[in-house]
Write a protein that binds this ligand. Sequence first.
Ligand code: HEC
Length: 97
Amino acid sequence: MDWSVWRLRSLLVACLLLAGCQKSQSLPEQGTYAQQLYVERCGSCHRPYSPRSMTAAMWEMQMEVMRTRIVQAGESPLTPEQNRIILDYLRRNAGRQ
Ligand code: HEC
């Protein structure tokens, strides 16, 4: 087998493995309203990021940016209630540093 094909194949396997890990790394508070709302509102344009990947302060800033992105994309804006539930969810499960 040609080396370039071999390299391509190992790359493919690595991608598949990574994708598998991503899926099994589930979000906290599975099955709760907050978790479902988070996936619904924050997982349509990109995958719902793990709350642990950012600190509470970073999430507060990110939520502001994303509220603008959602409106710009013509999706229905987050209600104050949804905003609070999602931000509380992210804060509760945020990373420490
Ligand atoms: C309308 C589409 C859309 C929705 C819905 C959306 N985002 Fe995003 N998000 C984006 C885009 C586009 C980016 C790329 C960075 C940018 O444009 O600011 C992004 C980037 C991000 C990033 C990565 C920032 C980085 O520096 O890597 C995070 C975290 C994030 N969004 C969180 C959220 C959260 C939390 C919600 C739910 C409130 C949400 N997103 C909903 C469009 C969206």
